[in-house]
Design a protein around this ligand. Structure first.
Ligand SMILES: [Fe+2]
Ligand SMILES: [Fe+2]
Length: 289
C-alpha cells in the first residue's frame, strides 16, 4: 500500500494572516440574535485555541522523515492552525467580555486532551486526523450553504469563513502524515484504529458540543426542554449542519478514503474571488513558518 495519497499537485497551503473583530463590537448574540446559533458556534470556538495547538503538536511529532512535499505542507498547516488559535482566542475573549463564562467548556476540552496525551503519540495523530476530517466537512458545509451564517454579524461571519477556507486547504495534511506514520501497518490495522478513533472522537464531539451549547444557552436564560428543542432543531433540522455532514462523515470509513477524494477547491476559489472584490485593509498573506 502506498505511503501517501497526495493532495492535488497544484494545491498550495497559504496562511492568510488576518485579524478579526479588533475594531468592531459584535453583539453578544452575534448570530442574528439567536441564542442557539450563537451558542453552538461559541461552543465550537472554545475548543479551537487548545484543540488546534494539540493538532499542531500531534502532527509535528511525525514530521521527521516525511517526503519533502508533505513536510512543506505540514509547515503550512502548523502556521495556519497557529493563526486560527490566535483569532479564536481573541474571539473567545470577546465572548467572555460580553458576559459568557466559558470556563466549564474550556475545562472539558482540557480534560479530553489530557486523556489523549496520556496515550502513545500515534493515538494523538489518529485523533487529529479524525478531527481534521470533521473540521473539513463542517467547513465545506459552512461555505457551500450560505444559510449557516445567514443573519450573522459580518466581521464574525468573515472569521468563520476564513477559518473554513484554510481548513479545506489543509484537510489532507494530518491524513497524509498518518498514512506516512503507519506505512508499515497492515491495511486492516490501519482501518481498525482509524475507525475506532473516529467513533470515539465523534461521540465526544457530539456530547461535548451539545453540552457546551446548552450551558451557554442556560447563561442566556434558555433552559430545559425548550433549550434542547431549539438546539437539536438548529443542528439536525434547519439549517441542520450535523445532518448535512452525515454522508461525508460516513465516507471516512470506506476503503480508499482520502480527504481529497472530494475536491472542493471551487469553494476556495469562490472565497478568493469574493475577497478580491472586497479588499480588506491591512490584509496580508505570509509564507509558512
Ligand atoms: Fe483551524
Ligand atoms: Fe485544521
Amino acid at each position: 500500500m502506498s505511503a501517501t495519497i497526495a493532495a492535488p499537485a497544484d494545491l498550495t497551503i497559504t496562511p492568510r494572516d488576518r485579524k478579526f473583530g479588533r475594531d468592531t463590537a459584535a453583539p453578544r448574540l452575534w448570530h442574528g440574535g439567536r441564542v442557539e446559533a450563537t451558542a453552538i458556534y461559541n461552543a465550537l470556538s472554545t475548543t479551537f485555541p487548545a484543540g488546534e495547538a494539540f493538532f499542531v503538536e500531534s502532527v509535528r511529532k511525525f514530521r521527521e522523515g516525511t517526503p519533502a512535499k508533505l513536510a512543506e505542507e505540514i509547515k503550512g498547516f502548523t502556521t495556519q492552525e497557529a493563526i486560527h488559535s490566535r483569532e479564536h482566542d481573541a474571539f473567545n475573549k470577546r465572548a467572555a467580555a460580553s458576559g459568557y463564562d466559558l470556563s466549564k467548556l474550556e475545562a472539558q476540552v482540557e480534560k479530553r486532551l489530557a486523556i489523549t496525551r496520556d496515550r502513545p503519540p500515534i493515538v494523538s495523530l489518529a485523533a487529529t486526523m479524525a478531527l481534521e476530517h470533521f473540521t473539513a466537512i463542517l467547513a465545506h458545509q459552512l461555505l457551500a450553504n450560505p444559510r449557516h451564517l445567514q443573519g450573522a454579524e459580518k466581521e464574525t461571519a468573515d472569521l468563520w469563513r476564513w477559518h473554513a477556507v484554510e481548513e479545506i486547504e489543509h484537510k489532507g495534511v494530518a491524513y497524509d502524515t498518518w498514512l506516512h506514520a503507519t506505512k508499515d501497518w497492515s491495511r486492516y490495522k490501519r482501518w481498525k484504529v482509524k475507525a475506532k478513533v473516529m467513533l470515539y472522537v465523534t461521540r465526544n464531539f457530539l456530547v461535548d458540543r451539545t453540552a457546551g451549547a446548552l450551558e451557554l444557552m442556560r447563561q442566556d436564560g434558555v433552559t430545559g426542554l425548550n433549550a434542547w428543542a431549539k438546539l437539536l432543531s438548529y443542528l439536525w433540522i434547519r439549517p441542520g449542519m450535523f445532518r448535512k455532514i452525515a454522508g461525508a462523515w460516513f465516507s471516512f470509513f470506506l476503503p480508499r478514503f482520502h480527504p481529497w477524494n472530494v475536491d472542493d477547491r471551487h469553494l476556495l476559489a469562490a472565497y478568493e474571488a469574493d475577497a478580491a472584490a472586497r479588499p480588506v485593509p491591512g490584509r496580508t498573506v505570509r509564507g509558512a513558518a
